[in-house]
Each structure stands twice: as structure tokens, then as C-alpha cells.
Design a protein around this ligand. Structure first.
Ligand code: GDP
Length: 440
């Protein structure tokens, strides 16, 4: 995510390396690079210019007061300004009301339907809500079916009416239905067009007026850069939405939309989509995004993802097995599957400070664990539960069965033994103390 931008910011700060103090000249030189970085990321011209002016004013003003180096000072100021540029604090979605009504808007293909499903899933699993999804695209029956498929997958009811051709009527009926059936959030997915047009704007404005949503969200594909910003402006001028959802941030997006939208429409980004799966949704935190852009990683998000997967009961059972020396290949497989649930491996590594850059060009596949899993799946249940059974004949059979080779099987056996040793050591508090002492 935004790798190029991160590189270019880093290059800009290098201008100040070894400089004793901030001067008009070195600030101007650094900011020339910063501005170029922003423009290359497809940030709106005026936004980029205003950004550098603000950074310059702050840098020149703060210089006398600070003891930190010029490059550190510049990083600090750019970080503060990036956070501001993306909206300052995070902005929560408004779901109060009986029911709370959320209206989606955006162009066709922006990811509205996918996001509607993700949001319903998020509200149901994380906010304890009972959401109803509503299909209001009266032009594309396939869009209605798509929402039904998502609803079924998530176990969330979808309201639709293929006979009715008036989206206003469908939306108002759906709200009445939701109220009578005890749904406390209604998510209305609307029709989009391939480009901004009057009929679409008129339709969404009428739906909005009729159902008076607690929250109108504008969904936009972050890969479209400056176009995303222009579309946002057109929608906002017409329907005055409350917040933005940036989708496809997992792709090769340069960052322009994330950085420009707030300053152009003055509406916060509330969520980002980071994949096609239903759990690939993140609340948007400007500070964490600024951390990532400046190559500082995003440890907070990493820890949160780990916590989501953490199951105390399972962890306790595992600890007992480790202490009793019973850790086997089934446990090893379980651990791998837990890591996989946390998300794309490269994405995860990008959240570790300093790692984003290191793994940028490394080809880490989403299926990085495929070989390991294939090898374990090729073991018999006895072998999995009894790693000490492993011998030459068994290894050859497993290598053949998993489509790998003896070297890979041996490598995995070694990894398994190392993991086992490490886990055993960590599970004993006395050893932990010893290890800590050694580290000092
Ligand atoms: P709609 O026409 O606005 O309802 O758009 P859809 O929800 O049908 O999405 C269009 C395409 O974008 C689909 O293929 C989705 O799977 C894909 N998509 C949506 N959100 C994301 C995302 O965050 N990341 C990626 N990689 N793909 C997405």
C-alpha cells in the first residue's frame, strides 16, 4: 500500500541528513521533493501545494525551540500534517435510530455491493447489531442476486422486490419492514452508473429524501486517483453525503484519493476496503495511515488483528500441551491457520515498522504456507500426532504425496522442532526470566 509514496518521502527527508539546522534553503529543497512525491501519488495539485506551505511555516517556526535533528523535525511535522490532511481523528459511523438507516452511493463497480455486505457483517459481528440489507438496483437484476449471495454467505437477511421498479418505494418499504421485524440497522445498496449522470443523482437524492438516512456513505475505488476525488465532489455537491468509503486499497493504489478527498469535499473517510473477502474491511484511522505512509508501520492494527484471532481457551489448552511435551503437527497446523486468518502475509509484514520496505519487492504469496500445509496433510494421523515416528521411508512417502521433496520435508521437520523448543521455553516463566536477563 502506497509503497512509492513511502519511498519518495524517505528520499525527501534524506536531503536533511547531516544538516545541522533547518534553513530556508534546505527546507525548500526537501519540500520540493515532498510536493513531487504527493503529485506522483496523484494528490490534487492545490492540496499538495497547501500541504507544503503548511509544513514550511511550521518548520521555520519550530526550529528554534527544538533539540531534534532537522530530518526528525521534518518527519514529525509531515506526520502531523498527513494526519490532518486525512481528517485528524477517526470518524465513527452513525447507526443510532430505530432502525438506523445507512444509504450507499457511488459509481457502478466502485464496490458498493461488496461494501454493503462487509458493513452488515461488521455491524453484526463487532457491534452486536441486527442489520437488514436492501437491494435497490432496479436496473441490474444481477446486482440484486449478488447481494442475496452475500447475505446468504453472511447469514444476513436481504430485502428485495424484483417486481417493483421504483427504488424510492423499495427503500421506504424496506425501512417499514425492518422496523416491524426488529432489525436495528438498514443498509440500502443503490444503483450506480459507469459515470456521473443526472438520472442517477436524481434517483439517489429522491431515495435519500424519502428514507432520511442516519448516514449516507459515498463508496469510491481508490485505484481511480484524481477521478475518485472529482466523482466525490460531484456526489457531495448533489447529495451532501456524510462519509467516504475507499475501496481496493489492497491493490496498487498510489494514495492520491486517500490524501485528497478530505480537503476537497471536507467529509471524513470512514472505512477502507482491503480485499474482496467479507472481512476485508478496516475502520479508517488517519494516524495509522500516516504511520504507514512514512514507513513507521502500523503496529496497532497488527496487534488488533492478532487479538481478534486470539482464543483464550484454545491458547490455554495449547500451553498445557506444550508443557507436557505433546505439541504435535496438528497444533503446528492450527498455529499456521491462525496466522493465515489474520490476513495477507505481505500486508501483515507491512505493518511492522521498517518491514514494509524490506518486503516490498519480495514475492510473498498469500499462499506462503501452501507447501507446509501440503506436507502436513500428506502425513498419516499417527504421524501428525507422533512426530517421533518420522523416518526415511515415511519422509519419502510424504514428499511424494505432497508434491515436494525430501529437502523441504526435512526443512519443515526442523522448523517444527525449533518452534516446539521455542514454545516450550517461552511457556515456562523461569525460562522467560532467564532469556530476558540474557538480552540485557
Ligand atoms: P458495485 O457495482 O459498486 O456494487 O461494485 P461491486 O461491489 O460489485 O464491486 C466491483 C468489484 O470490485 C467486484 O469484483 C468486487 O469483488 C471488487 N471489490 C470491491 N471491494 C474491493 C476491495 O476492497 N478490494 C478488492 N481487491 N476488490 C474489491
Amino acid at each position: 500500500m502506497f509503497d512509492n509514496l513511502t519511498d519518495k518521502f524517505e528520499r525527501a527527508f534524506k536531503v536533511l541528513k547531516g544538516q545541522g539546522q533547518i534553513t530556508e534553503i534546505n527546507v525548500a529543497e526537501t519540500l520540493k521533493e515532498v510536493r513531487r512525491a504527493l503529485l506522483d501519488a496523484d494528490v490534487n495539485f492545490k492540496t499538495a501545494k497547501d500541504f507544503t506551505v503548511r509544513v514550511k511555516d511550521k518548520a521555520m517556526g519550530e526550529n528554534v525551540l527544538t533539540a531534534i535533528s532537522p530530518s526528525q523535525l521534518m518527519i514529525k511535522i509531515c506526520h502531523e500534517e498527513l494526519v490532518e490532511l486525512m481528517g485528524g481523528n477517526e470518524s465513527e459511523i452513525q447507526i443510532q435510530g430505530t432502525p438506523g438507516v445507512i444509504l450507499m452511493s457511488g459509481l457502478q463497480g466502485s464496490g458498493k455491493t461488496t461494501f454493503s455486505g462487509k458493513l452488515a457483517n461488521y455491524l453484526q459481528t463487532k457491534k452486536n447489531k441486527k442489520p437488514l440489507l436492501v437491494a435497490c438496483d432496479v436496473y441490474r437484476p444481477a446486482a440484486i442476486d449478488q447481494l442475496h449471495v452475500l447475505g446468504e454467505q453472511l447469514g444476513i437477511e436481504v430485502y428485495s422486490n424484483k417486481e417493483e421498479k421504483d427504488p424510492v418505494k423499495i427503500a421506504t418499504d424496506a425501512v417499514i419492514y425492518a422496523r416491524s421485524k426488529g432489525f436495528n440497522v438498514v443498509i440500502v445498496d443503490t444503483a450506480g452508473r459507469l459515470a456521473v449522470d443526472e438520472a442517477m443523482m436524481d434517483e439517489i437524492a429522491r431515495v435519500k429524501k424519502a428514507i432520511n438516512p442516519t448516514e449516507t456513505l459515498f463508496v469510491v475505488d481508490s485505484m481511480t486517483g484524481q477521478d475518485a476525488v472529482n466523482t466525490a465532489k460531484a456526489f457531495n455537491d448533489r447529495i451532501n453525503f456524510d462519509g467516504v468509503v475507499l475501496t481496493k486499497l489492497d491493490g496498487d493504489t498510489r494514495g492520491g484519493a486517500a490524501l485528497s478527498i478530505k480537503s476537497i469535499v471536507d467529509k471524513p473517510i470512514k472505512f477502507v476496503g482491503t480485499g474482496e473477502k467479507m472481512d476485508a474491511l478496516d475502520v479508517f484511522y488517519p494516524k495509522r495511515m500516516a504511520d504507514r505512509i512514512l514507513g513507521m508501520g502500523d503496529v496497532v492494527s497488527l496487534v488488533e488483528r492478532a487479538q481478534e484471532q486470539f482464543n483464550e481457551e484454545e491458547a490455554r489448552k495449547l500451553q498445557k500441551r506444550i508443557q507436557k511435551d505433546q505439541f504435535d503437527f496438528n497444533d503446528f497446523l492450527g498455529q499456521i491457520q491462525q496466522i493465515k486468518k489474520m490476513g495477507n502475509v505481505k500486508d501483515l509484514m507491512g505493518m511492522i515498522p521498517g518491514m514494509g520496505k524490506a518486503v516490498k519487492d519480495v514475492d510473498i504469496q498469500d499462499d506462503a504456507f501452501k507447501h507446509i500445509e501440503a506436507i502436513i496433510f500428506s502425513m498419516t494421523p499417527k504421524e501428525r500426532a507422533n512426530p517421533s515416528l518420522m523416518n526415511g521411508t515415511r519422509k519419502t512417502r510424504i514428499a511424494n504425496g505432497s508434491g515436494t521433496n525430501i529437502q523441504e520435508v526435512n526443512k519443515l521437520l526442523k522448523q517444527f522442532e525449533d518452534t516446539k523448543k521455542m514454545m516450550k521455553m517461552m511457556s515456562n516463566p523461569k525460562n522467560m526470566m532467564g532469556m530476558m536477563k540474557q538480552m540485557k
